[in-house]
Design a protein around this ligand. Structure first.
Ligand SMILES: Nc1ncnc2c1ncn2[C@@H]1O[C@H](COP(=O)(O)OP(=O)(O)O)[C@@H](O)[C@H]1O
Ligand SMILES: [Mg+2]
Length: 247
């Protein structure tokens, strides 16, 4: 795990006076699962948006596989091999599961039959085979998350960024989602996982990065990070009840 697949160097994103991301630097190593936590509004989603080209960063550099992807478009970044899910899932509601996932597969092939084949495999992989012809808008939350996962996997990423894919799931569904993440990791895909629930992060991550006010608070092994006073404080600031409930 010594080669960084992604290097974020001095990344900043300002919205008028607000420093949503503030001189943030971190590496993601090949094959690892990096967990990212931080209170609401600490810049997790904005960081993903800057990496994947949805936002133009104010300053800093992003290297993927040693090459700069700074300022590139979302399409270019996806083509290089960075996949992502969105915190607010936005499937094409009138399209079926299969059609939705096929849109992801078109990143790798222009042939409809080939794209459909890739999509079918990913739909099966995430456990949605029996709903492949169901329209997206009628799916349950967990199935919408599966769909989002399948669409991202159909782009054949080397690195996958997951933004709160477990939010709104019950305990059993969280377990299912965790298994899926482990299977994706076992396929050799490097993962960056943003989650709000601490126990999810501690059970899944090789390393954890903690953000607060857009900057790095600390990073390290899950157990070490969780016992760091400044991390506890950042969460206590948000509400002691939340912290206890999530541990
Ligand atoms: N497009 C935007 N315009 C203005 N402010 C934004 C925009 N996107 C995010 N922000 C602000 O940036 C900060 C970080 O947001 P975000 O990255 O979504 O946090 P997190 O994902 O950690 O909850 C918040 O204060 C948020 O309101
Ligand atoms: Mg977010």
């Amino acid at each position: 795990m010594s080669t960084p697949i992604l290097s974020v160097k001095g990344l900043s994103k300002h919205f008028d006076g607000l420093k949503a991301v503030d001189n943030l630097s971190f590496d993601v190593f090949k094959g690892e699962i990096l967990g990212v936590i931080g209170p609401n509004g600490s810049g997790k989603t904005t960081t993903f948006n800057c990496i994947t080209g949805y936002y133009k960063s104010t300053a800093g550099e992003v290297l993927f596989d040693g090459k700069s992807i700074t300022g590139r478009t979302p399409d270019f970044v996806a083509q290089q091999g960075i996949g992502r899910t969105f915190q607010v899932t936005r499937p094409f509601g009138d399209m079926t599961v299969w059609e939705n996932v096929t849109t992801g597969a078109f990143l790798r092939t222009m042939h409809l039959m080939e794209a459909k084949k890739i999509a079918e495999q990913e739909v099966e992989f995430v456990g949605l085979a029996d709903k492949i012809n169901v329209v997206a808008r009628s799916l349950s939350i967990i199935d919408q998350r599966r769909l989002e996962f399948a669409r991202a996997l159909a782009t054949k990423p080397k690195l996958l960024l997951l933004d709160e894919v477990m939010a709104g799931l019950n305990a059993q569904e969280v377990d299912e989602a965790l298994k899926l993440v482990h299977r994706v990791s076992a396929m050799g895909i490097t993962l960056v996982v943003v989650e709000h629930v601490m126990k999810v992060i501690t059970s899944i991550s090789n390393r954890v990065l903690v953000l607060n006010f857009g900057a790095k608070l600390t990073e390290g092994k899950p157990a070490d990070v969780m016992s760091t006073p400044s991390v506890i404080e950042a969460y206590l600031g948000k509400g002691f009840g939340d912290y206890v409930a999530n541990c």
